[in-house]
Design a protein around this ligand. Structure first.
Ligand SMILES: *Cc1c(COP(=O)(O)O)cnc(C)c1O
Length: 372
């Protein structure tokens, strides 16, 4: 008897995209090597202009990671020791890490049943020490940002969007990142727009914030060897900017493909006992991750792994229960929705080059598991 072993379904596979953009990617990198403008070179300038235009904002400042973009946004907004910054408990550690980096305290709040930060929770967490609100467009879905900005405006507190998973997402014709005082994007390779290493960008409509972050990212330098603020180095590499310039024109098409694959997942899982957060207004969700929820999460995950299907969990340990944040003093049980999602959610393979057939292999594996 012969058995055919099907190739694995990877959680994310970057190779197809890299191949599809050759020779343009190689040419763009080779041009940087020829020019030798490795630090804050031509492609950084151009990419900043192109990404700002794409987001519909006035300024963009390239930095070395999403975390740096968040941290420098807080620094430029004057946030430091004694301040509280409200963010959600169900997110990647960077959101809270940026707050800690400037010496402020992350004030965590619970999410709704779909994982989105709740404006009501933000409102109840606001107090005299609140200096910023940092909502996350988690998994690629724009949160209730208009309500949160309205809360911030009412209290004179700026909103800094963590848009690190939401490149290109649209709400009422506006891009993620264009609502707050400043916003952060990450170009970690597996993000919807990814570099070939670390990278990030801050976008803002404030000329003052942009100017301040330009100094902060490069040794607090005002003119050559004149340093006027904290001397940090958080610059975006020119080589990464060259790669990102080749990729940016394809982002909308890639996001549309993610939305198409998400619709296919929904359709094939309609009668399976897993919970999927409802689809939203067109364009609001760009599916950095496609997340399902089940109380049989660990069993299902193992069954799919046995079929060569990779899955992820975003995130297994909520921020308030992380050892790194134990000094904040939160206890288990504080954020019920966050804790329920941490125990039950699971992310399915998702990347634009994934085929419909691969989606069907994943959903067939899920259906087989629940048939028992
Ligand atoms: C990826 C990510 C970041 C950090 O980006 P890096 O480039 O890895 O520093 C911050 N917040 C969220 C929600 C992210 O997903």
């Amino acid at each position: 008897m012969t058995t055919t072993v099907e190739p694995a379904v990877r959680f994310v596979d970057l190779q197809a995209q890299i191949q599809s953009l050759q020779p343009a990617l190689g040419d763009a990198m080779a041009a940087v090597l020829r020019r030798g403008d490795f630090i804050l070179g031509k492609d950084v300038d151009e990419f900043e202009r192109e990404f700002a235009a794409y987001c519909g904002v006035a300024h963009a400042v390239g930095v070395d990671s999403g975390l740096s973009a968040l941290e420098l946004a807080l620094r430029a907004a004057g946030i430091g020791p004694g301040a509280e910054v409200i963010t959600q408990a169900n997110t990647f550690i960077a959101s809270a890490g940026a707050v800690l980096a400037v010496g402020a305290r992350p004030a965590l709040v619970d999410c709704d049943e779909n994982g989105a930060i709740r404006p009501e929770a933000v409102k109840s967490a606001m107090n005299a020490r609140t200096r910023a609100i940092m909502p996350v467009h988690l998994f690629g879905r724009i949160c209730d940002i208009e309500a949160i900005v309205a809360l911030g405006d009412g209290a004179g507190v700026p909103v800094i969007e963590d848009a690190c998973q939401a490149h290109g997402a649209l709400l009422d014709g506006r891009r993620a990142g264009s609502f707050g005082l400043a916003s952060a994007f990450s170009f970690y390779p597996a993000k919807n727009l990814g570099a070939f290493g670390d990278g990030g960008i801050l976008v803002t409509n404030s000329a003052e914030i942009a100017k301040s972050v330009r100094m902060l990212r490069s040794y607090g330098q005002k003119t050559k060897y004149e340093h006027v603020t904290l001397p940090l180095n958080h610059r975006l590499d020119t080589v990464q900017a060259a790669v990102l310039r080749v990729k940016l024109p394809h982002l909308d098409r890639w996001n549309a493909r993610r939305q198409y694959l998400a619709d296919a997942y929904r359709e094939h899982l309609a009668d399976v006992p897993v919970r999927i957060a409802p689809a939203d207004a067109e364009g609001r969700h760009v599916y950095h991750l496609f997340v399902i929820e089940t109380d049989k999460r660990d069993g299902l995950k193992a069954a799919l792994a046995a079929r060569g299907i990779e899955t992820g969990v975003h995130y297994p340990i909520p921020l308030h229960l992380q050892v790194a944040l134990k000094d904040l003093g939160y206890r288990p049980g504080t954020f019920p929705n966050t804790e329920r999602l941490a125990a039950r959610s699971m992310s399915l393979p998702m990347y634009p080059e994934m085929s419909l057939e691969q989606v069907e292999r994943v959903t067939a594996g899920i259906r087989a598991y629940f048939r028992g």
